[in-house]
Design a protein around this ligand. Structure first.
Ligand code: AMP
Ligand code: MG
Length: 197
């Protein structure tokens, strides 16, 4: 079975959605964009567990892990038919501690080709979060943001160990960083040319 999966991660406010959208417009390959949170949320709502997506990270760990695995199985099924971009997180900050976005079964099920980590300076991320009031974001200090980004790199190493993934870090800075970031992502997306022929 062919499969080409690009996992795109980055902490809330880093500019992940913007970069992904623009790169998809420019890529030579048509991707299916999946959002891990959406897939988990659909299932969580069906089971009557939550009403809002920002409640999911507060569910019991067992429940979150079951939701992750269900989502992973759906993602694999879709990736057998078309290239997939998966919008998600390396780690999720829960009230008790950081939850791995890809536990062992989940990373093996999805077996991504790339794990892209989009990063920015903590000060830039804080500024973007303050401007985006749509979401129920946790309030974090620059120090906490730095720690979370460091942890995400460490998590990505483990995911690469359990899959065929390469890790790509893309920086998204205020002064013309966005254009370069989009171009870097387009290069990766174009690697799927001919994969499903
Ligand atoms: P997002 O819209 O990308 O910020 O994701 C919304 C929520 O979905 C997160 O706060 C998590 O509760 C959940 N989520 C997204 N990706 C994952 C993942 N890989 N593992 C566990 N939960 C996830
Ligand atoms: Mg987003």
């Amino acid at each position: 079975m062919p499969s080409f999966v690009v996992v795109i991660t980055g902490i809330p406010g880093v500019g992940k959605s913007t970069i992904t959208r623009r790169a998809m417009e420019r890529a030579r390959v048509e991707y299916r964009l999946l959002n891990f949170g959406d897939l988990m949320f659909e299932e969580a709502v069906k089971q009557g567990l939550v009403k809002h997506r920002d409640e999911m990270r507060k569910l019991s760990l067992d429940v979150q892990k079951k939701l992750q695995l269900r989502a992973a199985e759906k993602i694999r099924e879709i990736a057998e038919k078309e290239p997939v971009i998966l919008d998600t997180h390396c780690t999720i900050r829960t009230p008790l501690g950081y939850l791995l976005g890809f536990p062992k079964d989940v990373i093996k099920t999805i077996n991504p080709n790339f794990i892209v980590i989009i990063e920015a300076f903590p000060s830039e991320i804080l500024g973007r979060r303050l401007r985006d009031l749509k979401r129920d974001r946790d309030v974090e200090t620059e120090e906490q943001i730095k720690r979370h980004q460091d942890l995400n790199r460490a998590a990505a190493i483990v995911y690469a160990m359990y899959s065929d993934a390469l890790i790509k870090i893309i920086e998204n800075h205020e002064d013309k960083g966005l254009e370069e970031a989009v171009e870097e992502l387009v290069k990766i997306l174009d690697l799927a040319v001919g994969k499903y022929a």
